[in-house]
Design a binder for this molecule. Structure first.
Ligand SMILES: [Zn+2]
Length: 137
């Protein structure tokens, strides 16, 4: 599967870059400035791709965007809490929306620490990276 071969971070970076480019274009209605705006958007996109490229760089041969996730190993799970801002709508006596309030709340998460095993599709070098992902408990 093509999607499985590309790393999630690369996909996200490319999607964000394309979205930024589209928004950038839509905001500006002036035809004269459109070309320079597009170039600006393209520069942002290239920057994002460069960052994603550095993240996917093979430590063996240095080539980018050629790593393949071969295995994800779970190292451990633990419960954590995060402080999060929660907004609530406020209604007046007639039931009409009159505003909102917000407060900070402790939210429970399960933090999973994983080791991601990669293999370079160019030189077959194998390496691993550890990372964490949080999901609401
Ligand atoms: Zn390599």
């Amino acid at each position: 599967m093509l999607v499985a071969m590309l790393s999630p971070s690369t996909l996200a970076a490319v999607a964000a870059g394309v979205a930024a480019l589209l928004v950038y274009e839509r905001v500006d209605g002036d035809q004269g400035l459109l070309a320079s705006r597009l170039l600006g958007g393209l520069a942002i996109l290239l920057l994002i791709v460069a960052i994603a490229g550095a993240r996917t760089r093979c430590p063996g041969c240095g080539v980018r965007f050629r790593r393949k996730l071969t295995r994800t190993e779970t190292l451990g799970e633990r419960d954590i809490t995060k402080r999060e801002k929660v907004s609530q709508s406020v209604y007046d006596s007639s039931g009409k929306l009159s505003g909102s309030t917000s407060h900070w709340e402790s939210v429970s998460y399960t933090r999973t620490e994983s080791r991601y095993h990669y293999q370079c599709k160019t030189c077959s070098h194998v390496w691993s990276v550890t990372g964490v992902s949080d999901r609401r408990a």
